[in-house]
Write a protein that binds this ligand. Structure first.
Ligand code: AKG
Ligand code: FE2
Length: 370
């Protein structure tokens, strides 16, 4: 019987694109930063691999400086608009946004919706040693995927606690056959107390996409129920779930089919992290035609320069919103997030993100629970 009930559903499965048979030939001599072959194999067999120590302190400290600048700018805007009473400049990197959030809940969303990528983060994403590792996963032609995030996981904040999902659950169905590795890079030591990641080991092995739902609690996140994972992805939830503490300077590499979530942040500090993605240029990025990737490596032209200008000219959050509303949007303090993934899955829970989406779509009837 066909399982296709929602636009995101498919009967197809492509295990060969994500499992060991998809591993590219490994270089005879390892380039700087490249990982031992058994770790690369693990990425394909387990669906993820932990790299304990990879980045240089100065590479990450530069990113923290860039984020400090962004918070400064945002705080000033909120202050000038009368939305916060203080700038909280006396607070540090791991505390300041939490105080701003208390006065203006949603400040993390304003930051999350950043358009242009600061130079320091561009440099991290296209870091030579990091691209050498990505080459081990997808080969020598590489684009950066348009969906990247700076996660502002303030303490005990539902809006930044991401429920179980496969990353393909956010993209259009053309991404279902495309390997898109993610590097998840924390800006402090992470563990199960401060909201680290949890992976369903081997959850990608069937090559299938499970039926997701939207939206989790008061958030814009899609979600995947444990029962559905058992049924559709052949997962033994209790035994397969694995908590992945990642230290500062380390990273977690995972594929776009493996179910994962992040745990609640029960600490007093903000759990900052980046998630950055790549894939082969010859395959679709699956972002609803909203934004394409950015060429980072070409086997034909080893000296190519990355063209950031065009990529940065287009804010994907604004475009994602326009894609569902058909209207121009540029609301500085809009703290709703809407995107085409809301059309892919059954809406089982309505909240202000979904409502904003519905209102702008003007057709509420589509959204009633099936
Ligand atoms: O950082 C998080 O809390 C969630 C990250 C995530 O789902 C991802 O990077 O795909
Ligand atoms: Fe994810």
């Amino acid at each position: 019987m066909s399982k296709v009930k929602f636009p995101g559903d498919t009967d197809e499965a492509h295990p060969e694109k994500f499992n060991l048979e998809a591993m590219p030939p490994q270089p005879k001599e390892r380039k700087p930063g490249q990982l031992p072959e058994d770790m690369i194999k693990q990425f394909f067999t387990e669906g993820f691999v932990v790299v304990e120590d990879f980045f240089k302190t100065e590479e990450l400290e530069a990113c923290k400086d860039a984020i400090r600048r962004l918070i400064d700018e945002m705080a000033l805007k909120l202050y000038n608009a009368g939305k916060i009473k203080k700038l909280y400049t006396e607070l540090g990197f791991y505390e300041r946004l939490t105080a701003i959030e208390k006065e203006f809940p949603g400040a993390n969303i304003v930051l999350h919706k950043l358009g242009a990528m600061p130079l320091e983060i561009q440099q991290l994403w296209s870091n030579e040693r990091l691209l050498n590792v990505i080459e081990q996963l997808i080969g020598p032609d590489i684009i950066g995927h348009p969906v990247w995030n700076l996660r502002t996981k303030t303490p005990q904040n539902e809006a930044t606690t991401v429920p179980w999902h496969q990353d393909v659950g956010y993209l259009d169905n053309s991404s279902y056959t495309v390997l898109q590795p993610t590097a998840w890079i924390p800006l402090l030591d992470t563990d199960e107390n401060n909201g680290c990641m949890q992976m369903m080991s081997k959850g990608h092995k069937t090559g299938k996409i499970a039926t997701h739902q939207c939206c989790h609690g008061g958030t814009w996140y899609v979600m995947l129920e444990e029962e559905e994972m058992k049924k559709s992805l052949d997962i033994d939830v209790e035994n397969d779930k694995q908590i992945c503490p990642i230290p500062y300077r380390g990273m977690l590499l995972f594929n776009n089919l493996i179910p994962h979530r992040s745990l609640p942040n029960m600490s007093k500090q903000i759990r900052w992290s980046f998630d950055l993605r790549w894939q082969r240029p010859s395959e679709p990025v699956g972002f609803y035609g909203i934004k394409e990737g950015i060429l980072m490596r070409s086997s034909k032209d080893p000296d190519m320069k990355i063209d950031w200008e065009e990529f940065n000219g287009l804010n994907r959050h604004v475009k994602a919103q326009e894609a569902v509303t058909g209207q121009d949007v540029n609301e500085e303090f809009d703290i709703t997030i809407q995107g085409p993934w809301m059309k892919k899955w059954e809406i089982v829970h309505v909240n202000h993100h979904v409502n904003a989406h519905r209102e702008q779509e003007g057709d509420a009837s589509k959204w009633t629970k099936a």
